[in-house]
Design a protein around this ligand. Structure first.
Ligand code: NAP
Length: 283
């Protein structure tokens, strides 16, 4: 039976270290402050924005929520981002996605100051991932890596398979994971034999959005299995991309959904806020 990768437990340690940094800034008279821009009333975005507020309050990070109507123009959103970029009291900016159709998300993401880009969406930070340079990197792939590292399994020379090449998780994860020296295979909707690719992996990370895509018979005995997928189920709740019941019988380590990757993302966003503050001080 696989050992559980407990996202909440991993988050605790990171939260303590962020809390400590926040306290040190406050002692110096600096109030770490995150600005979140929410355009419209997409239920998931509203939920994420509000849950971040609660989490920020718990560790003493000041949190400003800018709620804009769904019909706000692109020009007005960009003007707000410019204002937040220029405001020295704001250390991190996050624009909740998706944005309404009249707004070009790429344009807005590119406008967020790269040193305040806690969500790691600005093309400069995407480039930093590719170059292996210092930068602010997206929380979900970072969370997948923290989940793998928490097992203590060395990645160097191991075979890792990432299932999914989406912009949010799979694609940035490839180069973030590569820093730890595994040999990586990337699978997607046109992979000819997904089961065969997954079967040879010491580390499997699923980031697709299809419940039950990866089953126990596809997994190499003892492998580390990290599930970033989030799929709603009829009657409420959600599951990952991995069929947990069959996979836990074969894997060495497995992250559950919920309680795995998703439990870490908010605290990693706050860790980015602190990292960004240090980078801003040097700039
Ligand atoms: P995305 O952009 O929709 O990408 C999905 C990827 O899955 C694509 O690369 C697609 O291949 C691939 N795919 C689709 N069907 C497949 C199949 N049958 N076999 C293999 N690959 C297949 O998704 P995303 O935004 O990266 O998100 C991925 C998952 O992570 C979603 O479930 C999302 O909800 C979840 N997520 C979780 C968190 C969290 O905090 N836990 C945060 C963000 C996202 P093609 O490229 O060929 O189309």
């Amino acid at each position: 039976m696989a050992k559980l990768i407990d996202g909440k437990e991993i988050a605790k340690d990171i939260r303590e270290s962020v809390k400590q940094s926040v306290a040190e800034y406050r002692e110096q008279g600096v109030e770490p402050r995150l600005a979140v821009v929410l355009v419209g009333d997409d239920p998931a975005s509203v939920w994420y924005a509000k849950s971040k507020k609660k989490a920020a309050e718990k560790i003493d990070i000041a949190y400003d929520l800018y709620e804009l109507a769904a019909d706000t123009s692109e020009e007005d959103v960009l003007a707000l981002v410019d204002k937040l970029n220029a405001d020295k009291a704001i250390h991190g900016i996050m624009v909740e996605l998706p944005l309404p159709d009249q707004i070009d998300s790429d344009k807005v993401m590119a406008r967020v100051d790269a040193l305040k880009d806690v969500d790691g969406v600005n093309p400069i930070n995407r480039g930093n991932i590719l170059q292996g340079s210092e930068g602010l990197f997206p929380a979900t792939p970072e969370s997948c890596i923290e989940c793998v590292l928490s097992t203590g399994v060395e990645l160097k020379g191991k075979k890792a398979v990432i299932v999914g090449r989406g912009e949010t998780v799979g694609k940035p994860l490839v180069f973030m994971l590569l820093k730890h020296h595994p040999t990586i295979t990337i699978c997607h909707s046109r992979t000819a034999d997904l089961a065969a690719e997954v079967k040879q992996a010491d580390i499997v990370i699923a980031a697709v959005g299809k419940a039950g895509l990866i089953t126990g018979d596809m997994i190499k005995p003892g492998a580390v299995v990290v599930d970033a997928g989030v799929n709603e189920v009829d009657g409420g709740g959600y599951v990952g991309d991995v069929d947990f019941e069959s996979a836990e019988k074969v894997a060495g380590f497995i992250s559950p959904v919920p309680g795995g990757v998703g439990s870490l993302t908010t605290v990693l966003l706050f860790r980015n806020l602190i990292k960004g503050m240090r980078m801003q001080a040097k700039a």
